[in-house]
Design a binder for this molecule. Structure first.
Ligand SMILES: [Zn+2]
Length: 287
């Protein structure tokens, strides 16, 4: 009975999170590196049948060290309460596998040159000066630029890159960017990922295809890329077809989709199983 009540509570909590309050498009600078692709080849795919089994309960809490970079006017721009709210939200998303996060410290960084963070510029200097081993280092800056210099909501590194850094723009901390990036950090790909296979994921699910293409999760729908194809009601409005002629039916509500920020509100069971695997095998030194 308690279990049923708990499941119901989680569904209600997630449903509450699915209520759309604003429409902000998202961008992500996370890259699937060669090292990540090579590592992914060694991971056994999760068959569709596994997705219906009960989820593992990790009973684990990971610590997050936050670095809040001040701007030129010596203003942090984000309150400690806003950061805590973002972590609270993260904890709701990961509750189904009993994984939680807690802030161990919030450090204010006074050097405003880091307030415009760049993956190909000052990232190395910032992380050399400010980072702690075996914990998640979360950096909040006014702007974040990806490797090509494009402004993004944030980015992080996937497990094979062996860097415990997550960068989020201050404007994005209230949304779903952090949950999206923690997903990458714990080995989840975009639902539209194409870096892992030369074959495109097909709409019709069969283990041999969906577990080796796209994001390698058979319970996330094939996704052609959602940029500009999601309306304010979180409905996919594209008319694209896969190579077999079937219309795509992606879900803009998946946290690993690049859709509208407030549309994203859940991970699938296979995504949870991949996270559990990552914590057991790929990120086991995190505390
Ligand atoms: Zn992403």
């Amino acid at each position: 009975m308690n279990r049923i009540y708990l499941s119901f509570s989680i569904i209600v909590l997630l449903a509450v999170n699915c209520i759309v309050t604003f429409s902000q498009s998202v961008s992500c600078g996370t890259i699937v590196s060669l090292a990540q692709k090579t590592m992914e080849d060694t991971i056994k795919s999760i068959p569709q049948s596994k997705a219906t089994e009960s989820l593992p309960q990790l009973n684990k809490t990971l610590t997050i060290k936050v670095y809040l970079v001040k701007n030129k006017l010596n203003d942090a721009g984000v309150t400690d309460e806003a950061i805590q709210l973002a972590i609270d939200k993260l904890n709701i998303y990961f509750k189904p596998i009993a994984l939680s996060f807690k802030i161990c410290d919030i450090i204010q960084v006074s050097n405003y040159k880091f307030d415009n963070l760049s993956a190909s510029g000052n990232e190395t200097e910032l992380t050399t000066l400010f980072s702690e081993k075996n914990t998640i280092n979360l950096y909040l800056t006014t702007s974040v630029a990806d490797k090509s210099g494009n402004p993004v909501s944030g980015y992080t590194y996937m497990p094979a890159d062996n860097k415990n850094y997550i960068f989020v723009s201050k404007a994005s901390i209230a949304g779903t960017t952090l949950a999206h990036l923690v997903g990458h950090f714990l080995n989840l790909y975009h639902t539209h990922e194409t870096a892992l296979s030369i074959k495109k994921e097909l709409v019709v699910r069969t283990d041999s295809i969906c577990s080796s293409t796209g994001d390698k999760c058979c319970d996330t729908e094939a996704d052609p890329g959602l940029n500009g194809l999601v309306d304010s009601e979180c409905i996919y409005v594209g008319k694209l077809k896969d190579s077999s002629g079937a219309f795509y039916q992606p879900n803009p509500k998946n946290l690993m989709a690049l859709s509208i920020d407030a549309c994203r509100c859940y991970y699938t069971n296979t995504q949870y199983l991949r996270v559990a695997h990552a914590l057991k095998h790929l990120k086991k030194n995190l505390r």
